[in-house]
Design a protein around this ligand. Sequence first.
Ligand code: KG4
Ligand code: ZN
Length: 394
Amino acid sequence: MPRILAIESTCDETAAAVVEDGWRVLSNVVATQIDLHAKYRGVVPEIACRAHIENILPVIQEAIAHGQVAPATGSGVSQPMAPEVGLTESRASASDSSFILPPSSFDFDAVAVAHRPGLVGSLLIGVTAAKTLAWSLGKPLIGVDHVHAHLYSVVLEKNEHPPMPAIGLVCSGGHTALYLVKSWTDVTLIGSTIDDAVGEAYDKVAAILGLGYPGGPHIDRLAATGDPKAIAFPRPLLGPGSLDFSFSGLKTAVLYAVRGVPTKDGPHIRDERHQPPAPTGQRLADVCASFQQACVDVIVKKLKRAAEKYGAKSILIGGGVSANRGLRAALQGGGTASTSGGTVVSPVLRLPVYFPPLKYCTDNAAMSGGLAHVYFEQRRFSELSLDAITFSQF
Ligand code: KG4
Ligand code: ZN
């Protein structure tokens, strides 16, 4: 039962996890930097990189300490997990930053790291930590693609492997892309956004509406009490057969719905001091519900197109936006959204749809530890020259 220590630092979460057998999550530690970036309404690379430096060793140490708690073995049945530790905006002191665990604690078979894609400064922190650990402990190193790992996240805790070929959708703050997944190591990009990622559109619309950052959870919550038909926002499909996405026009449509359409004769430079106030109450909920419905309709339509084109046997959905209750409910036929992950046969797509458990939708290291198990079994290890790469490649 190979046990893998995985490290994540691609963007603004510093995370580490110990994963056994590719699905059993023994520990899952995430130090989020959300509060550091919230006032800028987006991730500031330099701040992210510095916070990773502070967080990386305490996070790894905590994941290793909790990863020692081996759950009782079972035949594919999810076991109670070791406590999940959330070091929200952890502030490590200098004394935290050295390993204090005895060598016997390092009971794992490989060190995995998401070394692409991401912010180069952020990536380098995780990659350097992973290489140092692998080299000093004499363990193999396994570099994985973070987007690829989002697809694999559906396997965590449940150990249910979807029938393939599958259509995989990664929808997050940085990515919105469709993949043909023939096996966990045979994955082909078949469509992607030509402008904003869907999570990015959520974050920007939340900013227009005066909601907090990240915007997805706020809009998702407000949408539940709004009328999704209140405003007819566009559903950009980019022509018949296209598997690409575009969300920036939809975002602008929300801006115009809230602030009014600029006229030909109107001022070309908007004066922020004289903007109409952001909607509140029922109107705010209606804007959120209508925006969310437009996103969901486009995603469902593209999944359907892709599944028909490639004769898919299942659908996998990962990334931060896979936590969205509207999306889950739409694919589950309008019923109550499941948040526990696992399979539901979608009446809309007529295929089993696999979502990750909620805690593995947003960035985490467990998904990389799971995917790395596939490479471990194939003895596909990385060289110690493994580098940080800013783009996705698999
Ligand atoms: O996967 P993730 O943690 O980071 C990236 O790799 O980008 O995704 C973060 C994104 C943010 O844009 C956030 O607004 C969005 O996921 N998000 C959601 C929800 N929860 C997080 N979007 C819609 N509904 C949600 N419930
Ligand atoms: Zn991500």
